[in-house]
Design a protein around this ligand. Structure first.
Ligand code: PHE
Length: 367
């Protein structure tokens, strides 16, 4: 019995002194493992006389229990200490000075897209998106640009190999050749076929045309606008564009000029110019000394509304589309579009925007 007490004292003392979890695990095996000393004592119970067993049983079991309790307690203590040490090591020293300047900046294209989303959200427009790999039906046919239409050639389309055709879901009764969308207008089709009017959306995104010079890159960004409702007319279009362009350029003297034009998917179609004034040899938006084309628009063609399964006698609307990169160039004064996509860190430092400076109508949508 004295042996058992001594064994318990020793075991508990060694367990209490275990330096870490792996040392503790070693002790657990030593005492309670299959070949462990306490386990061996438990096994002796089987060979005892009933009397012996009655006196020794509780003692040996008590020993096993205290060793096991000691291990549990030590384990909890070691784990708590380990967590404590980890937390202490991860402390942020708030007394250290901040970096000299903020790192990284928001690309002007992202900035302008955020500005546009903010301006149109205020007018009740939701943001819609569509895939950049589009089918022929949504990019052209449903927009009243049939196969033989010269506008197809004008778009300098990147087509995928002919075998990659869209399934029957691409449009009523036809599969379509796949292509990189040449404009954001297919999102008009996607929206009209997916949701019931009234519709008020803008759709910003990448578009692709096989074209490249100082003002054209094979990939660029557009933003589409679409309103479908009852009794919509050209006046609504003009007010919307005027409100948008004044908010975007942050000037009340933005003057618009609407010129008759042609797009297969709008009828009538209007091209929109903004007036500028020349100040110290530079064109500044505002006034009407000269005109710059900024977007294409018009009343949604009846044929497009029909292609989307809506009744054009019930629903009318307007649509517009414009180049996001071009808007950025006009507002922030860059002159070479190619620089937008060069990834030159010096250009980004110069033209980029502070990451935490989110555009808001109240705080200013610009820089
Ligand atoms: N999709 C036309 C383009 O890329 C722009 C546009 C959109 C014109 C909507 C009218 C209405 O040139």
């Amino acid at each position: 019995m004295a042996d058992l007490q001594q064994l318990e004292l020793d075991a508990v003392a060694r367990i209490g002194a275990a330096a870490d979890l792996s040392a503790l695990e070693g002790l657990r095996v030593e005492f309670l493992g299959k070949q462990g000393s306490v386990s061996a004592l438990l096994k002796t119970l089987g060979g005892m006389s009933p009397d012996e067993r009655q006196s020794q049983g509780p003692l040996i079991n008590g020993l096993r229990q205290s060793v096991s309790d000691a291990i549990t307690a030590r384990k909890a203590a070691l784990e708590a200490a380990e967590l404590e040490a980890k937390l202490a090591g991860e402390t942020i020293d708030l007394t250290l000075p901040a970096p000299d300047s903020a790192r990284g900046s928001v690309h002007p294209v992202s900035q302008v897209m955020d500005e546009l989303a903010e301006i149109f959200a205020d007018m009740g427009f939701a943001v819609a998106t569509g895939p950049e790999i589009e089918d022929d039906w949504r990019n052209f046919t449903a927009l009243n640009i049939p196969e033989t239409h010269p506008a197809r050639a004008m778009h300098d389309t990147f087509y995928f190999p002919d075998e990659k055709r869209a399934g029957p879901a691409a449009g009523p009764g036809e599969g379509g050749r796949m292509l990189l969308r040449t404009h954001t207008s297919p999102v008009q089709i996607r929206t009209m076929t997916a949701q019931e009017p009234p519709i008020r959306i803008i759709a910003p995104g990448r578009v692709y045309r096989s074209d490249s010079d100082a003002t054209h890159t094979p990939m660029f960004h557009q933003i589409e606008g679409l309103v479908i409702d009852k009794g919509i007319n050209l006046g609504h279009l003009k007010w919307t564009l005027e409100t948008f362009l004044r908010a975007f350029f942050e000037r009340d003297d933005v003057v618009l000029r609407l010129r008759p034009s042609y797009f297969p998917f709008t009828e009538p179609s209007v091209e929109v110019d903004v007036g500028y004034t020349v100040i110290k040899g530079k064109r500044v938006i505002g006034g009407s000394e000269g005109w710059m084309e900024v977007l294409g628009s018009g009343m949604v063609n009846r044929k497009v509304i029909e292609a989307c399964g809506l009744d054009p006698d019930e629903w009318q609307g307007f649509a517009f589309g414009t180049g996001v990169d071009r808007l950025a160039m006009l507002k922030y004064g860059m002159d070479d579009l190619r620089a937008f996509f060069d990834g030159d860190i010096r250009w980004l430092r110069h033209y980029g925007f502070a990451a935490l400076d989110v555009p808001t109508l109240s705080g200013g949508v610009g820089a």
